[in-house]
Design a binder for this molecule. Sequence first.
Ligand code: ADP
Ligand code: GLC
Length: 494
Amino acid sequence: MKILMVASEAVPYAKTGGLADVAGVLPKFLKQLGHDVRVVIPLYGSIDQWKYPLEHVPGALGVWMGALGELWCEVRESRLPGSDVPIYFIEYDRFFARKALYNEPNGQGYMDNDNRFVFLSRAALQLCKKLNFSPDVVHCNDWHTAAIPIFLNTVYAGDDTLGHSASLLTIHNMEYQGRYYPGLMDVLDIGWEHFNHLELEWQNQCNLLKGGLYHATLFNAVSHGYAQEIQTPQFGHGLEGVVRDRINALRGVLNGIDYEEWNPAHDKYITAPYDIEDMSGKAVCKHALQEELGLETRQDLPLFGLVARLVDQKGIRLLAEIFEALMQLDLQIALLGSGEAWAQDFFNTMAARYPGKFGCYIGYSNPLAHRIEAGSDFFLMPSVFEPCGLNQLYSLRYGTLPIVHAVGGLNDTVYSFDEYFHSGTGFKYYDQTPDALYNTIGWALSTWYHKPDEIAGLRKRAMEQRFSWQGSAEQYCDIYREAIYLKTGRTNVD
Ligand code: ADP
Ligand code: GLC
């Protein structure tokens, strides 16, 4: 199959969250399955071109942006590291030569995010024409590239290169929808007849994700649990009706993780390697992490880690509510994250108030994320909702027992400790209340202090879990074939 993957971020070039892991890793596995896959992302100002040399694709690319006219951009090319998967970078400085991907330093989204990502979407399609690459399926991700299915069904419907391309839209997060003023229709330039309650109109705004869900040949959520949840008002963020209208086109595919990068036996960022046979290195990692974050260097105290974007989705309000109570218990907490200003201030204040017990680093650091996974005993994920979640998967791999709210991908991937059957891989709670979170941390704590054998058993079972990309890539291929069949009637696709 010829597959075009378009996303707003991809590792190792640009990342704010799990979307980048998916867009940068899944294509390598698709390639291994024998497919011709190519990736497109923007050339952000933050991409280090010394570290990743990019080649010029000769000739400029014209991108029609309706009311904004035709904008001309350049394209750069490279290969995803460790593979021969081509990745193309859309170079248009007015939109992308900024340090941050989506937001101003104060956390506000850039004023022109609508134009930036409509541009990315259309530029990716124009690039196919320029390269004479006729994708069987275009795999789009989240609202940023949700305009692609809309374009494919409208302005490119009769196109020689793209007229037969099916589309798959993956929902990594339904909360972000790309809702803008109706005038965006003039930039899309697909005709105002598409501004209706079934397609792009949503409460008199132009909603790109809604339009994408309507037009995509098929769409999927990044876990089976989340695929169910987005059909409900609680998790659908207003689009649950749109999802239910197209329920037959909805699939669920769990993300995998990169077991090369996240492997405690060969992790270049951690102090000592360890594995299921010999866990002694984990204690060394714990000691080093405690030193790094100014925590008391004690092996007897359980250390709880947390790595997340500090936004409401991640349940940090709940954690903040019980934080001072937690600090009265015999435990330590290590936190890495950046995001909303109140949360950054709150955790900085707590770190000053509880030195030795709570260490935090406000910012972004992939090496420290690895060291927290390796050095912690437990990992906190009290997310309000979690479409898939990667950190609990990393935690399982590192024998760092996840404590999770039973939602979405967290519920699908963590099995709760059962003392009677000596089973489970972590600790789950079901009500998103301060009491439930506090008591579940208490449950983990008492298991730590009173049942060390159970902790050892939990760790072993956790480390044996596998969520490989291989399996997910095969599932995506099945969905691509289905989409191609729906779009073209072709069944002979291998
Ligand atoms: P989301 O995509 O909603 O942020 P995921 O759990 O799917 O949640 O993925 C988050 C990814 O981003 C993980 O790889 C995690 O390690 C990483 N991450 C989040 N915040 C930071 C940070 N401050 N520093 C380093 N890595 C981070
Ligand atoms: C989103 C979700 C997260 C998921 C990631 C990758 O950012 O919040 O749960 O793991 O996308 O699919």
